[in-house]
Design a protein around this ligand. Structure first.
Ligand code: ZN
Length: 153
């Protein structure tokens, strides 16, 4: 297992550190349509996700509101923030596709350029693959997302 250097900036890069320092979508929703929370007892990471649809009745409804609050290391916080940015404005199906793409990225599956484009800033988290112990941290908010999406269906 690789040793984590003292200076995480150099390790993780600008996108991750930017989202870690100024996480997006942390404000709680007043009336979420779904909420899910995941906890990793191994390292104490926690992710709480709230989702709100534009019209709760339509099957193609867009995720108009998202709140992602993560506690723990810089990776889970950056991942939660990037997730929130990524799913905001997508339909439930699109968000679920994005989640699958992100898992593929973290598992090291070769992705076509179009998939990397779809992931956008999220592809910055690929660097975490060099530190296997942190992959779970990056994925935890996505486990919460998938649970939340299930509750919306
Ligand atoms: Zn962590």
């Amino acid at each position: 297992m690789a040793q984590l250097p003292d200076n995480p900036d150099a390790l993780y890069g600008d996108v991750i550190m930017e989202h870690y320092r100024s996480p997006r979508h942390r404000r709680r929703l007043e009336r979420p349509d779904a909420e899910a929370e995941e906890f990793n007892p191994f390292c104490g990471d926690r992710a709480n996700l709230q989702l709100q649809l534009a019209e709760a009745t339509s099957k193609d409804a867009v995720i108009a509101g998202v709140s992602a609050v993560a506690e723990g290391c810089s990776i889970i916080q950056a991942s939660a923030s990037l997730l929130a940015d990524g799913v905001h404005g997508r339909t439930v199906d699109e968000a679920s596709d994005l989640s699958q793409l992100f898992r593929d990225l973290m598992q090291g599956k070769p992705l076509p350029p179009v998939a990397l484009e779809e992931l956008g800033e999220l592809s910055a988290l690929e660097v975490v693959r060099q530190y296997p112990v942190r992959i779970k941290c990056a994925l935890l908010p996505w486990v919460a997302l998938e649970e939340g999406l299930r509750r919306l269906r």
